[in-house]
Design a protein around this ligand. Structure first.
Ligand code: GLC
Length: 713
């Protein structure tokens, strides 16, 4: 008899429900309520996992309660939101997605897992895979941006990084992919609000990243807070059971979000906690995060026939199986003795990933900083802000470990005269410091203007109806630019911000997002030219809030936008185009694409197509270039998006290089959800569009036609 069978046979109902109980230890506060007296509950066998607790001593002491003082001595899971680093903080996920480098995504997750495991963590609530096209949503920063293909590759890379090749490895943590699904489509960009997306949008946009994560072997999945079509995800049988379990064959653990089971009452689908617990269990949720509803109310649900004992046993079995996969029964403390953490390697990775996550949005011949720029005024509320560099969900990160922009520039330019003033505060509408800031600007050869958001203005519970520069920052920027001292703006932020005409008026504009510990050094590396910026936008940058949601893969319309024709899909007061398109980003020097070619223009359904294109590097800077390959399906059985990303490639180029990039298009690139939402590939004409971004004017085009083989019968 297996260990799990033996335990199931020995457990009381309370002990079984205890394994489904996930409680918070409050070392971090990540929700509206907490659990009390968890030590007592652990001793009584009423807890299966603890989260928001880290540190070897604290975790070991809590684990000891379970394996030495409870009746069946079942080890606990220890969870934490390790999204972009544990002790060493890497760039926030949206920023890092801009590196468009799956190997980098894996390496930072691997380093984070190593550090978290050394602190006793065995389960991370990451990666977050919410595709989002709405900068009002604070949690945009936690995920991989607007594109489902990018999100799918991101999912695979992160699951691989966190879990490694064997969960028993002491440096691995189990990945909980979240939030399943469509949290990023919440009404008006508000946390927890309904996401009424179509079945088609689910199949085209919101399900693919989770499919990729399941195929990559993720250990757990966390349903989203929101409802879809009036059904809260925590009780969504069609998506949790029929899709995840039956269609994808997911056999890992489904663990609820924070008090989400209890919240089924507020959703209006459960009259009380008994019904809420029954709905969640019937939908396939295995663990109850913080509600205590499984422990306290499933006995009544069982007695009232709302659930069956075998459902409880199946959930317990999945939780115990995860503990077994993690090796917790044999090594409950999971001492990470292998590959002992190397702080220097982590710092180097933090600096490299941060540099690769900086997007140069504009550069009017301003950057890199010229030798003649001897006196540099570093101005703004984000110039010397340690905590803000870490961003949200910074786990065990510490503000004092981060390098600010001011510190990074001083370290990079020790012989320069670098002066600083905050100018205005981060959030207060107080412009009294603007005059002094302008005085300092006038005295300098260059201003580095450090603007943006505080860490708390991004992440969960950080939605903004007006996602612009908080406080008096816009006034500060306009006044400093008016001094006519050359000015570079660095935006520390968790979302594309509405910045009015600053993009045109500033000498250069870089999006630095939240870059983690090595932010200051990385930003200085880019501003001085020590590193050629190579990140590209994983999210469309709107001109105005009113354009939201705005994204490149818009579904076609009967009257597509045409600024010259009023009777088309457009605005009276704002262009329909974004400020910066998906994939936008500059590097120092110049590059061009030429000679897009296919090995065939007509191909049969089962054939592959070879694609090649030449990339030329001109100018004096070596660079890493990212090239995006989109497909357009102009005529199909359903209206398709005007273009969809299918592949991207990166290539390193030296000045003067002309290199060829080639790839193969396969059947899977032409598959889409048909009228019946089943995977479909149809004959007909297609356009292959290749460019440095989704900007139509920069795309090279090639036509191809997919034919069906003549009937050979
Ligand atoms: C929060 C978040 C979720 C997180 C969980 C535990 O409410 O929605 O992403 O993993 O609680 O902290």
């Amino acid at each position: 008899m297996s260990r799990i069978d033996a335990l199931l046979r020995a457990m009381t109902l309370t002990e079984k429900l205890g394994q489904l109980n996930l409680v918070t230890a409050n070392q971090a506060i990540t929700g509206p309520s907490t659990n009390a007296a968890i030590d007592t509950s652990i001793r009584a066998g009423e807890v299966g996992g603890v989260f928001n607790l880290w540190g070897r001593e604290a975790v070991s002491a809590t684990q000891r309660l379970a394996i030495e003082e409870s009746r069946l001595r079942i080890p606990l899971l220890f969870g934490l939101d390790v999204l972009h680093g544990h002790r060493t903080i890497f760039p926030a996920p949206l920023a890092e997605t801009g590196a468009f480098d799956p190997d980098l995504w894996t390496r930072t997750a691997r380093a984070a897992a190593q550090e978290a495991a050394e602190d006793g963590v065995s389960l991370t609530f990451a990666p977050m895979l919410d595709v989002c096209r709405d900068p009002r949503w604070g949690r945009l920063i936690e995920g991989p941006g607007e594109d489902p293909h990018v999100a799918s590759i991101f999912a695979q890379a992160k699951v691989k990084g966190f879990q490694g090749w064997d969960l028993r490895h002491p440096g691995a943590v189990a990945a909980t992919v979240k939030h399943f699904c469509a949290g990023g489509a919440a009404t008006a960009g508000r946390d927890y609000a309904a996401a009424d997306v179509s079945a088609r949008q689910l199949r085209e946009i919101y399900l693919p990243p989770f499919r990729a994560a399941v195929m990559a072997g993720c250990a757990a999945i966390m349903p989203a807070f929101n409802s879809i079509d009036g059904l809260p995800m925590t009780a969504h049988i069609a998506l949790l059971r029929d899709y995840l379990r039956n269609e994808l064959g997911f056999d890992g653990v489904v663990l609820s979000d924070y008090t989400a089971i209890q919240e089924l009452i507020e959703h209006g689908v459960a009259a009380d906690r008994v019904e809420a617990a029954a709905l969640a269990l019937n939908a396939g949720v295995d663990m109850d995060m913080v509600s205590d509803a499984y422990l306290e109310n499933l006995p009544d649900a069982l007695a009232r026939g709302l659930v069956k004992q075998e459902q409880i046993d199946a959930a317990v079995r999945r939780v115990l199986a995860l503990k077994e996969k993690l090796g917790l029964f044999d090594e409950p403390f999971r001492i990470a003795t292998v590959d002992a953490h190397n702080p220097e390697a982590a710092h180097n990775l933090a600096r490299d990933s941060a540099r690769r996550s900086i997007t140069l949005l504009t550069n009017h011949n301003m950057l890199p900083i010229g030798e003649n720029m001897r006196r540099i005024a570093v101005i703004g509320p984000l110039a010397d802000a340690h905590m803000e560099m870490l961003g949200s969900w910074s786990a065990a990160g510490r503000a004092e470990n981060s390098v600010t922009i001011l510190e990074g520039l001083k370290a990079a330019l020790p012989m320069h005269d670098i002066v600083h003033t905050e100018g205005v505060s981060l959030a207060w509408d107080d412009d009294r410091g603007v005059a002094e800031a302008c005085e300092l600007a006038r005295s300098a050869d260059l201003v580095v203007l450090c603007l943006g958001e505080a860490a708390y203005m991004s992440g969960e519970a950080a939605c903004r109806a007006t996602p612009d520069l908080p406080g008096a920052q816009q006034q500060l920027a306009e006044a400093v630019i008016a001094t006519e001292t050359p000015c570079v703006i660095a935006l520390t932020c968790g979302r594309p911000l509405m910045i009015g005409d600053l993009a045109e008026r500033a000498g250069a504009l870089i999006a630095t997002w939240f870059l983690g510990d090595m932010a200051g050094h990385a930003i200085a590396d880019v501003l001085t030219g020590a590193f050629n910026p190579c990140a590209r936008l994983p999210i469309t940058w709107p001109r105005a809030t009113g354009q939201i949601p705005i994204f490149y893969a818009q579904r076609s319309s009967g009257r597509p936008p045409d600024e010259t024709n009023p009777f088309t899909s457009k605005y009276l007061d704002t262009p329909v185009t974004p400020l910066f398109p998906f994939g936008h980003g500059l590097s120092y020097g110049a590059a061009a694409l030429e000679n897009l070619r296919l090995d065939k223009e007509i191909f049969f359904a089962d054939e592959k197509i070879s694609v090649a294109i030449d990339v030329i590097c001109s100018g004096k800077y070596a660079r890493r270039e990212t090239i995006f390959f989109f497909l357009r399906d102009p005529v199909a059985s359903v209206a398709r998006p005007v273009m969809e990303l299918k592949h991207w490639r990166q290539i390193d180029l030296a000045p003067g290089d002309r290199k060829t990039i080639s790839l193969t298009l396969g059947v899977e690139d032409f598959v889409f959800p048909g009228v019946d939402l089943k995977p479909t590939a149809e004959p007909g004409a297609f356009d292959l569009l290749v460019g440095f971004s989704a900007a139509p004017e920069g795309l090279l085009r090639a036509s191809l036609r997919r034919a069906m083989r003549p009937n050979t019968a």
